[in-house]
Write a protein that binds this ligand. Sequence first.
Ligand SMILES: Cc1ncc(COP(=O)(O)O)c(C=O)c1O
Length: 349
Amino acid sequence: MGGERVCERLSEAVGGTPMVRLGRSLPGFAGEAYAKLEFLNPMGSVKDRLARHLVERALADGRLAPGGTLVEASSGNTAMGLAMMAIEHGLACVLVVRRQTSPEKLAALRALGVELVLVDGDLPPEHPESYNRKARALAAAIPGAFFPDQHNNRENNQAHYATTGPEIWRQMAGRIDWFVAGIGTGGTISGVARYLKERDPRVRVLAIDIEGSVFTEYWKTGRHGPPRRYRVEGLGDEEVIACPEFELFDEMLQVSDRDAFLATRELARCEAIFAGGSSGAALWGVRELARDLGAGARIATLFSDSGARYLSTIFDDAWMRRHGYLEPADAADPADPGAATLDARAAPA
Ligand SMILES: Cc1ncc(COP(=O)(O)O)c(C=O)c1O
């Protein structure tokens, strides 16, 4: 797909995103690393792919009818993709979103006319009002509702097996040593991993989880440890869900919120790639891997969403300091002595 597409509807513009070689963010790495820029999808994230795939399938096989309602739990990005599909097909859209989701995402969803159901992200997953339970309950209660269930419905993985995987394979000219990606629902990494490994069984896959999520312990031991709170949006979970195909992961690492956020900020400054926290997490994973790889190694990764969705969090120095991710003395721009003063004024009392 080239850059001169003319589309009859916005969802036709999903996919066909570019891959860009990483340079300054990987000092000393003699191999090659390329990142697929998924924030260039029309609604700004990798999740546009699954929204289009799931809604088109459900409309085709009658699980969803005109006039129906889309109901889903989302960290905000799937919600944006579903909002696009709802508008195109004249559907209503009810999204369960954690109250802690960045204000930019909530404002964007309201702009698109979706009905937001905000839930407390600290509730345990078994609580009926929790993020993971609420959407299912709403879908059962609303007549004509369709619940894509992105966390447990492996059609999610299929969306990436059918599009993201083949695109990466072609863009990397079939030469990939490692694929590195964050794991949220697990749909992206599982679908891409399955496709790439089918084409070349030597491709290895590094999944990036977040400290506090239960996935890594489950992958290592088969056990389900207690979840802890974390702030990177879109990665990890507080319970094991059905979409991640754990058997496809060769390595799994847990990044801290701090390392993910600092890498996100470096990505902007080193590469002009203005991406979100899960992209910083992926860059952190690429760096961990790159330490042990030399010339000739080829790494593919994927950056899921845009930094514009985190201006009031990751890219706000006052927020970063308040949560201990930056030292009090760290200013956005060391050459700008006014930065600290501006932040002090902007920070809530
Ligand atoms: C910002 C962001 N990054 C990464 C992911 C992870 O993608 P997946 O759910 O396909 O594992 C998500 C998913 O919610 C996300 O919103």
